[in-house]
Ligand binder design. Structure first.
Ligand SMILES: [Zn+2]
Length: 98
């Protein structure tokens, strides 16, 4: 889960394990408990995560209302889930330098 990893040392930094957090200009920042490096989600990762989530929600709604024959909706939801998951797994965080 690269989005939950410190880009400097690879230490796990989800909200529970972070040393500190702060919000700078709407960007949510976490500090690594191991090396004290601040980092945040890359804008690309945030973008793809949003796309994935929208596809999941839209696909689920389409499936629920049987739009597109009841197969297109779930398919879109699955693809959206995969995009969101791939983002979490493969997109590294960005090191914050003030
Ligand atoms: Zn670190």
């Amino acid at each position: 889960m690269k989005l939950l990893q410190c880009p400097a040392c690879g230490h796990n930094i989800n909200l529970k394990h972070a040393a500190a957090n702060q919000n700078v200009n709407g960007i949510f920042m976490l500090q690594c408990a191991n090396c004290k490096q601040w980092s945040h989600e890359s804008s690309k990762a945030a973008f793809f995560k949003k796309i994935g989530l929208v596809m999941m929600i839209a696909g689920s709604a389409m499936g629920y209302f049987q739009i597109g024959g009841g197969i297109i909706g779930p398919l879109i939801a699955v693809v959206g889930g995969l995009i969101a998951l791939t983002t979490l797994l493969a997109m590294p965080r960005t090191i914050y330098t003030s």
